[in-house]
Design a protein. Sequence first.
Length: 255
Amino acid sequence: MNHVSACLITRNEEHNLPRALASLAGVVEEIVVVDSGSTDRTVKIAREHGAKVFTRAWTNYAEQKNFAAAQAAHEWIFSLDADEELSTALQGALRKWKAGTPGAAVYEVARRTWYLGAWIRHSGWYPDYQRRLYRRDAARFEGIVHESLRGEGPPGRLNGDLLHYTVRSFAEHEANVERYTTLAAQQLYAAGKRRWRGALWLATPWSWFQNFVLRGGFLDGYRGALIAQMAARAVRLKYRKLGQLVRQAGKQDGA
């Protein structure tokens, strides 16, 4: 039997956390929550569900998740975001996997997103495979924004969907895009990227076309149109902010 520790990172997630933790009941042997200074009932809710709670000042997503895994008691980790839950099918697939012999060090699952009142089945948002189950000594999260789980070898795959309850309003979506593009621009700059003008003008319309047409966003109705619009906006903002960083650095060098 493979024992699994579920790891979550939180900050003010009292709205989402009960749903996420309830979906883990009877599926994993341990729940680890790493909180970065919640001021609501997040920590209380985690403890009510039997989670081991640790406090760590926020650095970035990858470091928070790697810290959580380091606190776990078991070799196998399932990384779950607070705004997600395991579907019934995924719960069953994970139980079945636990009783067998692992064929990979990392496993991915399809993620289905609830957006503005409906499940999104196209727009590049589904199946949106996410690497979430892994052997702790074989993989770790990397990246400042849109962190990804890196491990050697091809991933296995579990049946069932990971259900993602994303933004509750369009205004929240806009705020998320603003925040993530700032981090993404900083990451590009830190990686040595300095060219931004071409991407600003070419990648932006391509992003819209890719999501709305090639990835079938039009099949998701007006929600698909919004997703394509915001994806294009994110590309534009990311490279515009990278340009600002490049110009600022140039002014400092010339001072």
